[in-house]
Design a binder for this molecule. Structure first.
Ligand code: GLC
Ligand code: GLC
Length: 662
């Protein structure tokens, strides 16, 4: 065993010569003197070094195999291998003591994030509180809402002008000066931790901004940095790649490449033209980004949101999305992180086909993942008043491997795309193509009778494809109801909002609120006045937080106050109900297409959830619940009514029930 090898200076090679394990051991054996030399110069307690060496021994074979698979063909593979090992060691060395302590606690309690007490929120620092300093003053607000997970949208230094909401990063080691400094971030992380809140930040690793140091060096003609990106002198290669590529931002620019005047090169730019895709076939890029990853983790970030994971590896003749190497790369980042900063989790942002989404989820890759299919199908069911596609998807796709979890959300800073599986749709009698057309028309308010006020995003006139922007409240009907000043419509909109929240808070996984939604914020069309935002309709659902809404008096009377009070209550109920922990969920047949029913159970606690996705009163047979929930009488945690399974159970328009046996 390598762990025996490490501490005694004498090294035994226990694996069979010629086997991959043997190669891994031998490589480590050869690197060890160099590593030990470095470690002995570091001012670290011996237990810390022992822990590090143990983790290295555990994760090295896997890391070695991954890197060898990705880069083993290169003449300078072992040079890069050594550099990567030293980058890990450096990241570990720079990890503050407090974070090493939390690493230790999390290693002993690896399922900490599966607790029902986990509830997330996401926000833009500038729109919420101007800067990081002022954000600290709102920790009380997060606590009063019940949050234990806070995702700050990208806050690093960005290029001037349009920066794609922070996703065009010019320096991963400095905070945008308008928001504060790295030290402000460290202080905030510490304060959040003291309040029991984990900090989540993006790891925007598919691309840098065009004014990142590496990009500037590339522009200046430095070959080493030109290799950091995909640059082409003419259209020959881009045209060949283009044959099989999708367009992600077709209204920004056709195709995936941008001509750069001064450099006289085509640059691969999957997203905006100023976001240059990094070339991970170059191990120096992996090494450089690993160093940025560990730097960010060491500021006190608990969860890294891996942005745009699908796009990080390219191969001619493929769609250059979700390639096997993309997974190997993330797994390699994971193995490095397990060694240097083992308490840190990864969350994947793969907004792709559901079969591909799950491939990023595993304890060795991303422990957490957005659940875009659930998100899309919650909205789909709300439009159709029919939960059959949602049920089919939950039945087949909710289950995840042990040690991982969904992050369930309804809205985020991005658009809504209809990422359900076409065959799932066909199996329940739905034609996927025309259904997506219908949903787009419904959510842009063009379908007769629609309650929604969404805005098209990235409409592609060639393919007819489109995604939807809009806040939760505007998509659920509140904007229309307010415009018509219609009490009934308002009531229905509020019920829809709460219904959807009741699902993401109970279905299994970490619920994630996009802050502002807890106040029923409606679309803000003013973004068009800002030239840096005007062409990107996602800004319609990224409004400024209105602190005056918190003022007393306003809260109780307004729709906003009602929504806020109800969401807070739902969060509180979720957190106090052990049955909501973990991911185990079984559907309950309800005999009614508009009613979704499921059983949640954990450690002997059970909760039955019923949700009526229509504006009509509906009944569910009591019998169904008696069998599933094992009881005759239930308490509806939300309405506090007692429900008997001897008769039919009535659900009012858009009513949900969280039922616990009494
Ligand atoms: C992710 C982000 C999105 C951004 C894109 C490019 O999808 O969520 O906002 O535009 O990556 O970084
Ligand atoms: C990218 C975009 C995001 C979009 C997704 C699916 O991740 O950033 O806005 O939803 O692709 O097309």
């Amino acid at each position: 065993m390598i762990s025996d090898v490490l501490r005694p200076v004498k090294i035994n090679l226990t694996a069979l010569p010629g086997s991959p394990e043997y190669d891994a051991q031998l490589s480590l054996q050869r690197l060890l003197p160099r590593l030990r030399g470095v470690l002995s110069d570091l001012d670290l307690p011996s237990e810390a070094i022992e822990g590090f060496e143990d983790r290295l021994a555990t994760h090295w074979p896997c890391l070695f195999a991954l890197l060898r698979g990705l880069y083993g063909q290169r003449y300078d593979f072992f040079y890069h291998l050594e550099r990567i090992l030293l980058t890990i060691t450096n990241g570990f060395h720079e990890r503050p003591h407090g974070l090493r302590e939390s690493d230790r606690r999390r290693t002993n309690e690896p399922d900490w994030f599966e607790s029902q007490r986990m509830v997330g929120g996401a926000l833009y620092v500038d729109l919420f509180s101007e800067n990081l300093g002022k954000l600290r003053e709102h920790i009380g607000y997060f606590r009063s809402l019940g949050l234990t997970y806070l995702h700050l949208m990208p806050l690093f230094a960005v290029r001037p002008g349009d920066n794609d909401g922070g996703y065009a990063i010019s320096n991963y080691r400095s905070v945008d000066p308008r928001l504060g400094t790295i030290d402000d971030l460290r202080v905030l992380a510490k304060d959040l931790h003291e309040s029991g809140i984990v900090l989540v930040l993006d790891f925007v690793f598919n691309h840098t901004a065009d004014d990142h140091y590496w990009a500037k060096q590339a522009m200046a003609g430095v070959a080493e940095y030109q290799d950091f990106y995909y640059l082409f002198p003419d259209r020959q290669m881009p045209d060949r790649y283009e044959k099989t590529l999708r367009e992600i931002f077709p209204t920004v620019r056709r195709g995936n490449f941008t001509w750069h005047e001064t450099m006289e090169r085509w640059v691969w730019t999957t997203f905006n033209s100023f976001q240059w895709d990094l070339n991970y076939s170059n191990p120096a890029v992996f090494e450089a980004m690993l160093s940025e990853l560990l730097f960010i983790a060491n500021t006190g970030v608990d969860i890294l949101r891996f942005d745009a994971v699908a796009f990080i590896w390219k191969r001619m003749g493929t769609g250059c999305e979700n390639l096997p190497e993309a997974h190997q790369l993330i797994q390699a980042f994971n193995a490095c992180t397990r060694i240097a900063a083992p308490g840190v989790l990864f969350k994947s942002e793969a907004i792709v086909h559901p079969d591909e989404v799950v491939r990023y989820i595993s304890p060795d890759e991303c422990q957490l993942s957005y659940n875009p299919t659930l998100m899309a199908l919650c909205w789909e069911s709300l439009a159709t008043r029919d939960t059959k596609l949602l049920k089919r998807s939950l039945l087949r796709r909710h289950h995840l491997p042990t040690g991982t979890s969904w992050v369930n959300y309804l809205r985020c800073h991005d658009d809504v795309g209809w990422t359900f599986d076409d065959e799932d749709a066909a199996a329940v009698g739905i034609n996927a193509y025309s259904h997506r057309q219908f949903l787009n028309r419904f959510y842009t308010g063009q379908f007769p009778g629609s309650f929604a006020r969404g805005v098209p995003f990235q409409e592609n006139h060639d393919t007819g494809d489109m995604r939807i922007s809009g806040t939760m409240a505007s998509l659920a009907g509140l904007e229309q109801a307010i415009d018509n000043d219609d009490a009934h419509l308002k009531e229905m909109a509020i019920r829809r909002i709460l219904l959807l929240n009741s699902i993401i808070l109970s279905v299994g996984g970490i619920p994630l609120l996009y802050l502002g939604e807890e106040w029923g914020t409606i679309n803000d069309y003013d973004f068009v006045r800002d030239p840096a935002k005007a062409t990107d309709s996602r800004w319609v659902h990224r409004p400024k937080m209105r602190w005056e809404w918190l003022e007393e008096g306003y809260q109780d009377i307004s729709e906003r106050g009602r929504i806020n009070a109800a969401i807070k209550r739902l969060i509180m109920l979720r957190k106090s109900e052990p049955g909501f922990a973990g991911m185990k969920m079984e559907l309950i047949p309800t005999d009614s297409p508009q009613v979704l029913g499921y059983l949640r159970q954990h450690d002997g606690s059970r909760v039955v959830v019923l949700a009526n996705f229509s504006e009509h009163v509906t009944q569910v047979e009591g019998n169904r619940l008696r069998t599933a929930g094992l009881g005759r009488f239930f308490l509806d945690l939300y309405s506090e009514e007692t429900v008997s399974t001897a008769t039919e159970i009535t659900l009012k328009p858009y009513q949900f029930r969280w039922l616990r046996r009494t």
